[in-house]
Design a protein around this ligand. Sequence first.
Ligand code: FAD
Length: 490
Amino acid sequence: AASARTPPPTDLSMESDALLDALRAAVGPAHVLTAADGADLVAYEQDWRRRHRGRARCVVRPANTAEVAAVVRLCAAHDVPIVPQGGNTGLVVGGVPNASGTQVVLSLQRLNRVRALDVDNLTLTVEAGCVLQAAQQAAQAAGLWLPLSLASEGSCTIGGNLATNAGGTQVLRFGNARDLCLGLEVVTADAQIWDGLSALRKDNTGYDLRHLFIGSEGTLGIITAAVLKLFPQPAARLTAWASVPSLAAAVALLGLAQQALGPALTGFEAMNAFAMQLVARHFPALRPPLPDAAPYAVLLEVSDSESEAHARERLHATLADAIARGSVLDAVVAQSLAQAQALWHIRESIPLAQAQEGLNIKHDISVPVSRIPAFCAEAEALLQQAVPGARLVNFGHLGDGNLHFNVQCPPGADPAAFLAAHEAAINTLVFDTVRRYGGSISAEHGIGGLKADLLPRYKDAVALDLMRRLKQALDPRGLLNPGRVLTAGG
Ligand code: FAD
């Protein structure tokens, strides 16, 4: 359950703590932070949405893989659980400690080096704490492209991206973080270092272990470095904004654009009118380029290997065809990089605008693209029956069948009271509908601590059993991020 309470302070300085002394010896005293020493731990103990504040026994900031292994060894020797943490931008309470005061937060932020960039092999080897934007910039400096892009890219880390198998805006063409990763270096629960930093695109020598750790949310091992795929920079990237009369029309536009543009279509995002209104209310400088009276707007991105003129011609032709068919009401194509960035800024500001509006209920769901219109119609009708006036902020990576089907309280209602009264029922209503439509209750944010209780209701029982067996095999003492993804009993 959600808790915004600040836990009571504990005077750890009174404790004779052999673990703390050993950790200080391993990583240097300046890199073991405790509340008792006066360190402000809020950035490590509180989740991005500020709905959960835990309490860490300490925060440890190792500088390299050997130090990470030393921290894991020491924590295991003292039977102390570890919560790995990158940029702490996760949205499912996976990277912050619980309220017990017993867990060690292992921050990877100091492992932030770019280890290698191989232009001919099109690969980048980076440490886990490298901020995504820094990794993108390293690729760009070599004239290459790392096509992983999320609104949190200025803070989230490569380790966190892989641990959550992050999605973002380029999944349509390049896949999730998993699809961009060729190799991993991992510290295991028994403090071994697995050097799996393969830069190979073909390697069928047994089980592909990297895929176990990708998306495991810190519960199976600690990612310390990765080899990522790079791509040539496109000759031109163009962004268009289209008003559409309905979600069904947005899906029709997606089909049309895929057919006409093929792999050049690299992004396809949708947002409902209320999402745009929230952005305009809280960030008045961010105005949609077309009147937001249409029920939905779509953002299309085209990455063309030939030229800007070629891209523009194809994009204009596609949009004109869509207007003729009635899938698009009106459209504009950005004329400059600054205009394109301004359009993306509107889309990427929706989560912040929601936060400014007040506490809300987030659902990061996916259903097959073809079923999105029917799913949304049914779920919205059920929502209005359950809580008349509840406001739907529906937006996301429509091209991947992934929507953030979020709910704000009715106008004038108290957001906290709304959540207390309705959150559980609305979650059940939305997730049960997702299940009926063959979807997933977590498309890209993961399970963390927020949805671990829900997993047994929505995950296939055999899959869940296999997951538990993997956890038992790789972390038999349950010291890595306990209670996340899998609950003790569930
Ligand atoms: P953290 O939040 O620190 O950790 C996330 C999880 O990974 C935790 O369970 C943690 O224990 C584990 N972990 C972190 N580092 C490691 C490691 N090195 N080894 C093992 N486990 C580790 N997500 C998307 O997928 N797509 C989006 O489009 C998207 N947009 C976002 C927009 C905003 C404004 C915000 C705030 C978040 C968004 N997110 C999105 C969610 C979040 O940014 C991603 O989940 C991101 O990948 C988390 O990276 P991080 O470094 O912040 O990880």
